[in-house]
Design a protein around this ligand. Structure first.
Ligand SMILES: Nc1ncnc2c1ncn2[C@@H]1O[C@H](COP(=O)(O)OP(=O)(O)OP(=O)(O)O)[C@@H](O)[C@H]1O
Ligand SMILES: [Mg+2]
Length: 380
């Protein structure tokens, strides 16, 4: 069992700059919580404050009903896995796994049983007699995770544990980690700046920027219902497309004019979303956001029943990326590179013009000043 609560946690390394500000979070037993955000946003600092490796400047850290701000790291019942493995080079894999248990003076047969069980979970049974220098990066990482598991911590804290691995191994270890989480039934707090890791591993994602939490939600929720422009742009690859647009009213619908009015480019929204938009942003410029997979070609738009909502979005293909199961076309619009994800049958080549249709249901609108998502549905 573990419940970890952060209340208004702050960190100031120097007196007029917050590295982390008012961080609030409840972590429940068996959750896989991901801290994600760009470099320097305060992910490691927050994790290190939870671990006890960094002082908490302000706020409260509760672990299982105890206020832990001043507990020594070893008294918090947490186990940290570092990016650079931290294995004992002179010990075998077995020795590395057994170490924490030997220190606790556990009976030999119990140590042996635990080590073998963990080795089995991690599929490193055949490596037990080897030394760390005879292991691959992925194997070392598994041993490091194993030596954390044997301690049976209340929670694992992991700071970019896969960042030293090559792309293929990283993808493999990602799957392993999901499996380990399921099998060990423990709580994991995991730091990464890789949004794929965040989306695939997390049960809950904390998106951070400049020391501030931007949104806390399940991966699908963060993806489909981003709180603001930053979250929308950070999560998803290729990134969400953003267009400047003017909100006007036409026959009771909201018409979003893209570019200057003379270009005739517009997208219509209807129903509740339109009403909300007109109420809050009529005659104002906003940022329209739409994901590459929510833009279609004519026939798909007709099939979806929304081709009439888009007028005049003709774009010249810049680059074509064939990924096998899909093709991504990049184009320039409003001085930015935008993209659309289409079926692999699409044959458009660079230099050709393609007509595009947005799915109005999937459009997000961000206030030009606050960058908040007008359509954001706050979770209760
Ligand atoms: N020991 C320190 N002294 C002073 N400032 C620090 C210290 N450690 C971190 N910082 C600053 O605090 C901020 C947050 O740093 P942190 O290491 O938490 O970022 P991060 O999100 O983990 O970034 P990355 O993805 O690059 O690891 C940064 O501006 C960083 O420069
Ligand atoms: Mg870091």
């Amino acid at each position: 069992m573990s419940e970890i609560t952060l209340r208004n946690i702050c960190k100031m390394y120097d007196k007029d700059h917050y590295a982390v500000k008012d961080f609030n979070l409840e972590i429940h037993d068996r959750e896989f919580v991901i801290f994600v955000g760009p470099s320097g946003c305060g992910k490691s600092t927050t994790l290190r404050m939870i671990a006890g490796l960094e002082d908490i400047s302000d706020g409260e850290l509760w672990i299982d009903g105890q206020l832990c701000n001043y507990f020594e790291p070893k008294d918090r019942g947490l186990s940290m896995v570092f990016q650079n493995y931290a294995l004992y080079p002179n010990m075998t894999v077995y020795g590395n796994l057994a170490f924490a248990l030997k220190v606790r003076h556990l009976p030999k047969d119990e140590i042996d049983r635990t080590v073998k069980q963990v080795a089995k979970t991690l599929e490193i049974e055949k490596l037990l007699e080897r030394h760390p220098n005879a292991l691959s990066g992925g194997q070392k990482q598994r041993v490091a995770i194993g030596s954390a598991i044997v301690r049976r911590p209340k929670a694992f804290l992991m700071d970019e544990p896969l960042s030293n691995l090559d792309a293929k191994l990283r993808a493999q270890m990602r799957i392993e980690l999901a499996k380990i989480h399921k099998e060990t039934e423990t709580t994991i707090i995991y730091v990464t700046h890789d949004q794929t890791e965040a989306m695939t591993l997390g049960t809950k994602i904390v998106v951070m920027k400049d020391g501030l939490v931007q949104q806390v939600a399940a991966p699908a929720e963060v993806y489909n219902n981003p709180a603001n422009l930053f979250v929308a742009g950070f999560i998803g690859s290729p990134s969400m497309n953003f267009f400047k647009a003017l909100v006007t009213e036409e026959d009771g619908k909201a018409a979003l004019l893209l570019g200057n009015a003379a270009s005739g480019r517009k997208v219509f929204l209807e129903g509740k979303r339109a009403q909300r938009l007109l109420k809050e942003e009529k005659d104002r410029e906003v940022t329209l956001g739409i994901r590459p997979e929510d833009i279609y070609e004519y026939q798909e738009a007709v099939d979806g029943g929304f081709e009439k909502n888009t007028v005049g979005l003709e774009e010249v293909v810049d680059t074509r990326e064939m990924l096998g199961a899909e093709v991504i076309l990049y184009f320039e619009s409003q001085g930015k590179t935008q993209s659309v994800r289409l079926k692999p049958e699409n044959q458009s080549k660079p230099g050709e013009t393609i007509k595009l249709y947005m799915n109005p249901e999937k459009i997000q609108i961000f206030d030009a000043e606050t960058e908040e998502n007008i359509f954001y549905e706050r979770e209760i």
